[in-house]
Design a protein around this ligand. Structure first.
Ligand code: NAP
Length: 363
């Protein structure tokens, strides 16, 4: 049995990964060893084994595969020393640290199993989970990518608090609670203008240590660092990671847009404007999309279906990736719109990594 080391399993992505592995009986085929940067020496609550020190290179060296959901700082601190020690195992990472490295493959097997298999054949050892919006976009539009029908995509995102981490989710809930308390049994008979002016007053007093601005009752049109061309790093990833996942060198599909943080908990949504390479009827586009993979669900462009099936509330905690609002745009016959929603902790983070581990175990 392969010895698999888990680092970062206590965090948000890590715990969703472990939960999915338990659901799929993945632990039957591996020997798991749990590591932590802080809780080593304690007993692992999942399997009752001793938690090991995640910085102990000698222990890490004995593993066939290391799965880390710990973050880029950990990768920075450990990866090079581990390779320098002669370790030849597989490194599977949810952080972006090694994503664009030329010796790394970004994994999303329903889209790029051919790239993954080829790289395994050529001895590549680093397999990295992609950015959450990129993975969800590729799965929702997989059919159009597969049939080489896309000229460019403008993607406007509506990203959940969970993408920023657990502290951010709690801050959002605290902001919501403070605003929600303004309307209670005693004052809900007050005029809406009175309530609204109270909300405006409280808005400037909300806790914003993590987000830097109120998110409840508002939004934040900026995610991650600024890069030189005026994009944010999150917006930059849309183009470079998509092309890398698809195995395109140099980048051939243009993707750009604005990434926005909204007050959803763990589902990212994205509105696309797509320029197709040719004019195709909508029913044909819908068939191409739904035939691509078992998780994408084409939603009828209609109010009832959109409200019932195309919202973060409907999708959270599920593996489904609904895509709706598909129609031709007034700009011309090659232009379509679409709107998709996906759980960014499942297909956006943990699931591609879980499936990559399975590929390694089976290969
Ligand atoms: P996280 O929840 O902050 O967890 C990271 C680590 O923090 C844990 O493994 C744990 O490590 C430590 N930790 C400290 N206090 C904790 C507590 N009270 N509960 C649980 N863990 C605690 O990080 P994350 O959001 O899962 O992200 C991990 C990596 O995945 C990052 O590189 C991130 O960019 C990437 N990623 C995240 C998402 C997302 O949606 N969040 C999506 C794609 C990729 P020790 O056991 O060593 O203490």
């Amino acid at each position: 049995m392969l010895k698999i080391g888990f680092v970062g399993w206590r965090g948000m992505v890590g715990s969703v990964l472990i939960q999915r592995m338990i659901e799929e009986n993945d632990f039957n085929y591996i020997e798991p060893i749990f590591f932590s940067t802080t809780k080593f020496g304690q007993i692992c609550p999942i399997f009752g084994t001793n938690i090991q020190d995640a910085y102990d290179i000698n222990k890490l060296k004995k593993l066939n595969v290391i799965i880390t959901c710990q973050g880029g700082d950990y990768t920075d601190r450990v990866y090079n020393s581990l390779r320098a020690s002669g370790w030849k195992g597989y490194w599977v990472d949810s952080s972006s640290k090694l994503r664009m490295d030329r010796n790394s493959i970004i994994v999303l097997d329903p889209i790029n199993i051919n790239v993954i298999e080829q790289s395994l054949y050529f001895g590549i050892k680093n397999f990295i989970g992609g950015n959450c919006t990129v993975s969800l976009m590729l799965l929702s539009l997989g059919g159009l990518f597969k049939h080489n029908l896309i000229e460019w995509i403008n993607s406007m995102t509506y990203q959940a608090a969970s993408g920023a981490g657990s502290k951010h989710m709690i801050e959002l809930l605290n902001q919501m609670r403070i605003l929600g308390n303004i309307v209670n049994n005693k004052n809900h008979a007050k005029s809406i203008l009175e309530i609204d002016s109270k909300i405006t007053k409280y808005m400037s007093k909300l806790p914003i240590k993590n987000f830097g601005a109120p998110l409840a009752g508002s939004l934040i049109p900026w995610i991650d660092k600024k890069i030189d061309n005026g994009q944010t790093k999150e917006e930059w990833k849309g183009n470079v990671e998509t092309n890398k996942i698809l195995g395109f060198y140099p980048n051939t599909i243009k993707i750009d847009g604005i990434c926005v943080r909204i007050g959803a908990m763990r589902c990212h949504s994205q509105a696309f404007i797509i320029k197709l390479k040719k004019d195709i009827p909508i029913n044909e586009i819908e068939s191409i999309l739904k035939e691509h993979n078992p998780w994408v669900k084409v939603i009828k462009n209609d109010i009832n279906y959109s409200l019932k099936k195309l919202t973060p509330a409907a999708v959270t905690g599920t593996m489904s990736i609904p895509i709706g609002r598909i129609r031709k745009l007034s700009m011309g016959k090659k232009y379509i719109s679409a709107f998709t929603v996906g759980d960014q902790l499942l297909w956006g983070a943990a699931e591609p990594i879980r499936r990559m581990l399975k590929i390694l175990v089976m290969s």
